[in-house]
Design a protein around this ligand. Structure first.
Ligand code: CP
Length: 324
């Protein structure tokens, strides 16, 4: 059984296959009938121990567009609040016949534990674990960059070789940053992290990227600038940066965006702290791909579920059966 736990596990060929399959899936979304019968009879469980809007909804939409049955489990309101363990929760899902479990958990390593414990026989997809990884976010981000920087039609089979990607902000708490650094490096991009010294992780020198403390220096050399949310819920209140001091040095406003090359895009995984890491002017500008990233998340997650569960049949065919 295959799983998707970490972007670091993906080879270039794996990643390009997922991105190319996501392009096929996006074509389905352009059709009047958006559903494929590929995963009919299979069950996908969304197991969310931490809050989510985009990831949970897009995995649900992705599974439904592939005709899978979907069970949504949220720890709030479940027997987890009575102290039930991850193991017993997993055994319950197994008894219900889950073919794939999409898990978000506040503990780094929980998806790995689920995939390797022997408790369940399902494919496991990491939908964000603690400060560790969020591999499908990195894949949808790479999909968005490939479309915008390489071109939708020219992109198939292509990577992001030589593209300069800047990731800005609360890197310390960001599973999105960690997954993006690994995946973008695998796809040939040059990644630069820009963060306050207090929000740079220990050991970053072993990551395949550069580190800078000056956003203004890096912006003119960037093809994409990814702004990260300041994750106050993971910080000790004593270390909260004030909005004013943070945005002055590390926030993206209209003046800073003007320093970027004309073709360069602004990305944000969401949810955004408008006024902190990004101004409303930038968030709502044509150059910001935040909403496009959400739409691309459905196609990308369709590709991941299809490749983990779909078997050998082509994802998209032109036969009428495929559009039923
Ligand atoms: N980008 C992201 O993971 O958003 P959610 O927390 O809303 O799923």
């Amino acid at each position: 059984k295959r799983h998707l736990i970490s972007a670091a596990d993906l080879t270039r060929d794996d990643a390009v296959l997922i991105l190319d399959t996501a392009e096929e899936m996006a074509r389905v979304a352009d059709r009047p009938i958006k559903k494929l019968p590929t995963l009919r009879g299979l069950t996908v469980v969304n197991l969310f121990f931490e809050d989510s809007t985009r990831t949970r909804i897009s995995f649900e939409a992705a599974a439904k567009r592939l005709s899978a049955d979907v069970i949504n489990f949220s720890a709030k309101g479940s027997s987890v609040s009575k102290g039930e363990s991850l193991k017993d929760t997993a055994l319950t899902l197994e008894a219900m016949g889950a073919d794939a479990v999409v898990i978000r958990h506040h503990a780094s390593g929980a998806p790995y534990r689920l995939a390797t414990s022997g408790w369940i026989d399902s494919a496991v997809v990491n939908a964000g674990d603690g400060t560790h990884e969020h591999p499908t976010q990195a894949l949808l981000d790479a999909f968005t960059m490939r479309r915008r920087l390489v071109g939708r039609d020219a992109g198939l089979g292509k990577d992001l070789n030589g593209r300069r990607i800047t990731i800005v902000g609360d890197v310390l708490h960001s599973r999105v940053a960690r997954s993006n650094v690994h995946l973008l490096h695998t796809l040939g991009a040059q990644v630069t992290l820009v963060a306050p010294p207090t929000l740079v992780p220990i050991g970053v020198e072993t990551w395949p990227c550069e580190v800078s403390y000056s956003l203004d220096d890096v912006l003119p050399k960037s093809d994409a600038v990814m702004m990260l949310r300041v994750q106050r819920e993971r910080m000790n209140a004593a270390f909260f940066p004030t909005e004013r001091e943070y945005s002055r040095r590390y926030g993206l406003d209209g003046d800073r965006m003007a320093k970027m090359p004309e073709h360069a895009i602004v990305m944000h995984p969401g949810p955004m702290n408008r006024g902190m890491e990004i101004t409303a002017q930038v968030a709502d500008s044509d150059r910001c791909t935040a909403v496009e990233q959400v739409a691309n998340g459905v196609s990308t997650r369709m590709a991941v579920l299809y490749l983990l569960l779909g078997g050998s049949e082509p994802a998209v065919t032109t036969t009428p059966a495929a559009t039923r």
